[in-house]
Ligand binder design. Sequence first.
Ligand SMILES: Cc1cc2nc3c(=O)[nH]c(=O)nc-3n(C[C@H](O)[C@H](O)[C@H](O)COP(=O)(O)OP(=O)(O)OC[C@H]3O[C@@H](n4cnc5c(N)ncnc54)[C@H](O)[C@@H]3O)c2cc1C
Length: 576
Amino acid sequence: MATEVLMPKLGLTMTEGTIEEWKIKEGQAVKKGDILFSVATDKLTSEIEADTDGVLLKILLAEGEAGPCKSVIAYIGADGEAVPDGGALATAPTEAQTAPAEEKTPAGGPKSVIVIGGGPGGYVAAIRAAQLGAKVTVIEKEFLGGTCLNIGCIPTKCLLHSAELLEEIRNQGKEIGVETSGVSVNFTQVMAHKNAISARLTSGVAGLLRMNKITKVDGTAAFTGPKILEVTKADGTKESMTADAIIVAAGSVNAVPPIPGVKENPCCIDSTGALSLEKIPESMVIIGGGVIGIELACAYAAFGTKITVVEARDFILPMLDGDITAVGVAHMKKMGIAFCLECSVQSIEESPAGARVVCTDKTGDTVSFEAEKVLVAVGRRANTDALNLDAAGLRNDRGRILVNEKMETNVPGVYAIGDCVFGRAQLAHAASAMGEAAAENIMGLDAVYDEKTNPACVYMMPEAASVGLTEEKCREKGIDYKVGKFPMAANGKALIINGGEGLVKIIADAKYGEVLGMHIIGPRATDLICEGALAIRLEATTEELITTIHSHPTVTETMREAALHLEGRAIHTGNK
Ligand SMILES: Cc1cc2nc3c(=O)[nH]c(=O)nc-3n(C[C@H](O)[C@H](O)[C@H](O)COP(=O)(O)OP(=O)(O)OC[C@H]3O[C@@H](n4cnc5c(N)ncnc54)[C@H](O)[C@@H]3O)c2cc1C
């Protein structure tokens, strides 16, 4: 049977394409991989390859004509083979036909949704489902706001803000004319400030649930069947609950590595412990050079703790582009943080200081580090042990639930989002985006979670952020790319804020200049990265960044300058 050639969908925003040229004419032979035609969208012209061998039997859409994405525009088959309907062009579905069905209140009342977990995944999913007309219940066993607001994103950033202010006054104060005497850390107040911010934000979430008429149940949920839960409430009573749809948003917990001594030694703490210390430790060994370990390293180093980071790999912060990490590591070394890479921890022993971390270094020698506290920051695992996933029949990989791009699990009507799902970023904003997608799909819309625009931020000193492809990834994927860089030192605002430490790096595809990745280290990096995410979402080109006027003096000017540099047109730096 003849193979259909479809109008490709080359991007999220593309709805139709115009045939610019058929490179193979009707009746000519074509091989898989040959350029078959070129198609123009409102943004780009792309050459499309044939994905099968044969003869181009019939062209349905002539050069210069436009057709909707995924409509049949030609047929390839054996020489002389007939084509369906004599080769008539199928009429494209109208927008009304493709639009999602409007949500109607079902006969038995509004659709019911239960959300397990009130973290940034769960509470956002609950609000979105309620907005779309669902009757929503959130079951939360500990605290609204989840890890993020109580023991994660927000508390760490509170500590880091105190630490950054301290560093700025120490390092920059004199130079910028802000002289203080006796700057010291009131650690009790640092923690009190952190607790107050968390409390304010979590009570805000409670208010939002009330505003959206969402029922909150304090209790622990566990599956007893595919869509049946047993909820053990705070007062010990149990209730069986079910709903039209269930969203599992149970989050994650700190992973404990099987290192002898970790569980037994009271000096070993995890990130939650590091966020509730009563005094600043004199020394701390941090096991793990990931985001959580590095952020807490920066905070405590600024507070005066002697920090040693022990990491098994030969690099830290794997999510960042190598050029960006290098700037961060140089700064952290200046802060006095020591790094021991390619060093694997064998055991934790007692020592007069508190604990001795015994490791094997890259030469195979045994080395050890003593410290008052040992922060174990080797990653997070899904918090699904108590959920009884097997009773629901939910497919999972070591507790992390398998989902598709619509956040559907293998069990109809059960969705999973956030840190407890497999193969997605464990970040608060990612959890929220997944939550919105799940709620919309439950309520009859058609939403997907696309990680392409998901920024990864590291609130170290200086802060860093990344979105899209790194150079390393482009090389791995065989993409022909160009790089533009701009140093913070050449930007007035960055120079004022932090002395101009850092850089911006843009990666774009070599042919069309479409932005593929953006990587920043320097002041406001974690805010600036959204310009990169938006550029990727809109499939913007470097030309479009360049022709967008950026305000002055701001650090955002560095993004435009990096785009100019990529095109060999940088104004405020050389063009090599
Ligand atoms: C120290 C630290 C710093 C971090 N910093 C950042 C950052 O700067 N930026 C960022 O994006 N991410 C950060 N993260 C990650 C971020 O906190 C998580 O990605 C995010 O909280 C995940 O949201 P979630 O809703 O999936 O899960 P969670 O926030 O973990 O929420 C899950 C909720 O479900 C509840 N629950 C679990 N099981 C049950 C059950 N059986 N019944 C009822 N309730 C249940 C839990 O009590 C919890 O409240 C950080 C994490 C840590 C630990």
